[in-house]
Write a protein that binds this ligand. Structure first.
Ligand code: AMP
Ligand code: ZN
Length: 133
């Protein structure tokens, strides 16, 4: 997509610090890292969300993200990770090209867990949702 910043990185029009690359996936250091080694893993093909990709393509993207974790564990010597993606505007997605954040974690780094992303759940939510399933 012509005006997509991540497509421009894929095409080499904008530079990046490459962490991993294969035929369909590119991973590079985030320009505004949450922690040392924060990397984004993207499909080379443009798509706004994972819903636009096949199960196979998404599986490959997740496999590449796990390879990136292994690279970072060795290179930056982190002790843990948070891995995931901001999906949609409500989920905090700013760049409209699928990207998995691989965020290294270090003992004592004062960061939180997935439960610190949002805390809007109310009493009764579990039963209400369970009834919908
Ligand atoms: P999100 O909020 O999930 O859409 O995240 C977009 C991420 O892309 C942010 O963490 C940005 O810091 C990162 N980002 C934006 N532009 C660049 C760039 N040119 N090179 C590397 N990372 C970028
Ligand atoms: Zn794009």
């Amino acid at each position: 997509m012509a005006d997509c910043i991540f497509c421009k990185i894929v095409k080499g029009e904008i530079p990046c610090h490459k962490v991993y690359e294969d035929d369909s996936v590119l991973a590079f250091l985030d320009i505004a890292p949450c922690s040392k080694g924060h990397t984004v893993v993207i499909p080379k093909q443009h798509g706004e969300t994972v819903f636009e990709f096949s199960r196979n393509a998404n599986g490959h993207l997740m496999g590449a993200a796990i390879d990136v974790m292994k690279i970072l564990k060795e290179k930056v010597k982190c002790q843990g990770f948070n891995v995931g993606w901001n999906h949609g505007k409500a989920g905090g997605q700013a760049v409209s090209h699928v990207h998995v954040h691989v965020i290294p974690r270090y003992e004592g780094d004062q960061g939180g867990s997935m439960h610190s992303i949002v805390t809007s759940s109310k009493e009764g939510d579990v039963d209400e949702v369970a009834a919908l399933l």
